[in-house]
Design a protein around this ligand. Structure first.
Ligand SMILES: NC(=O)c1ccc[n+]([C@@H]2O[C@H](COP(=O)([O-])OP(=O)(O)OC[C@H]3O[C@@H](n4cnc5c(N)ncnc54)[C@H](OP(=O)(O)O)[C@@H]3O)[C@@H](O)[C@H]2O)c1
Length: 337
């Protein structure tokens, strides 16, 4: 049995268009292969998911494309029912490269257009998929507004060519946004950012919402299967936070479901990943019923520990002090001359 679409909450984009309030992540975390992820996308769409978060660097868009063709052919959905996201990876930002990357994603996904195309990371600093946490690229550089705008202008052209419907940014900070937003002809429709109970980014979240940019929250469950390179001893386990566990007990549900209810009720679009049928099904179903109380929402708000999990240290440049430099923790763009 699938979930009735009318029961799935929706969020509104700047254009007024409504999109599902939850989606399916597709990054296998170097742990789940393309076939497993594609199988999950198939089961998830049949169950009622419509928003799918893909990326060229996840190395599974071709397999997901076969599934997208299948669900349209079998009439589970029409193309316009789906909201498919992809992202340009850091090695494809230079002049003329973004369109090549976008067309490759379109070809792999078997689509004529993407609903949303994101700049995955706001710089060209490249690391190969699956690299270790201490690997560094000697060519890496700090964020450059001019370089970013060169990439963004190519994204704007994709909209004008009809290859993508919306464009957005990911892994941004307020100082970076302040530097580039006034220069955008087409504003970002969304900001994809790490968001979970122990990492709520309230300032960046409010900044986006106040500018009519919809936050999409990645790692909504605290990414328990994330790669080794993204683990440190200080990391908090979201599903063990007292307010999350307490709400799970009160509602008789798994803590994962509490994290997702919290995310949707707060206002972001969470994109949980799972290849396990019972998990991806409960992740969608939970947001259609039995909401958290105001008190539970407030108790979870107070669990924010500023615990960033995806620190991005593999993108650091020579001379940078540590992963905090990527996130402009001093309130200005780190490394900018
Ligand atoms: N824009 C970016 O830079 C960026 C960065 C990171 C991620 N993302 C996107 O965000 C998506 C989600 O992030 P993520 O995969 O890192 O983290 P996540 O969704 O927070 O965690 C996924 C893991 O949580 C567990 N899980 C899922 N549902 C569960 C349930 N109902 N009960 C218990 N455990 C459950 C599964 O672990 P087990 O496999 O161990 O069961 C699964 O692998 C990615 O797939 C990707 O699409 C984007």
């Amino acid at each position: 049995m699938s979930i009735d679409q009318d029961r799935i909450p929706r969020k509104t984009l700047c254009s007024g268009e409504k999109i599902p309030a939850i989606g399916l992540g597709t990054f296998g975390s170097d742990k789940y292969g393309a076939d497993q992820v594609a199988e999950a996308v198939l089961g998830a769409i049949r169950y009622g998911y419509r928003l799918i978060d893909c990326a060229s660097v996840y190395q599974n868009e071709d397999r997901i494309g076969q599934v997208l063709r299948q669900v349209v052919q079998e009439k589970t959905v029409t193309r316009s029912d789906l909201f498919v996201i992809s992202k340009v990876w850091n090695d494809m930002h230079a002049e003329g490269q973004v369109i090549i990357s976008c067309k490759k994603s379109l070809q792999d996904l078997g689509l004529d257009y993407l609903d949303l195309y994101l700049v995955h990371w706001p710089f060209r600093n490249y690391h190969a998929p699956g690299c270790s946490g201490d690997s560094r690229n000697p060519d890496s550089k700090p964020f450059s507004p001019d370089e970013f705008m060169e990439t963004w202008q190519q994204c704007e052209e994709l909209v004008e060519k009809g290859l993508v419907r919306y464009i957005g940014m990911s892994n941004m900070t307020i100082p970076k946004l302040e530097a580039v937003l006034p220069r955008c002809r087409i504003k970002p429709a969304v900001l994809e950012m790490e968001l979970h109970p122990s990492f709520q980014q309230p300032e960046l979240f409010d900044y986006a919402v106040s500018r009519n940019i919809l936050p999409i929250g990645y790692c909504p469950l605290g990414s328990p299967s994330r790669p080794e390179r993204d683990r440190t001893d200080e990391d908090v386990v979201d599903m063990e936070l007292p307010a999350v566990v307490e709400a799970a007990r009160a509602h008789g549900i798994h803590p994962a479901e509490v994290c997702l209810k919290w995310a949707v009720q707060r206002g972001q679009v969470p994109i949980p990943f799972s290849v396990k049928e019972h998990q991806y099904k409960s992740n969608l179903k939970c947001i259609t019923e039995d909401p958290l109380t105001e008190e539970e929402m407030e108790a979870i708000r107070l669990e924010d520990r500023n615990c960033r999990l995806i620190k991005g240290q593999v993108f650091l440049w020579e001379g940078s002090k540590g992963w905090e430099d990527l996130w402009d923790v001093d309130g200005k763009i780190t490394g900018l001359e």
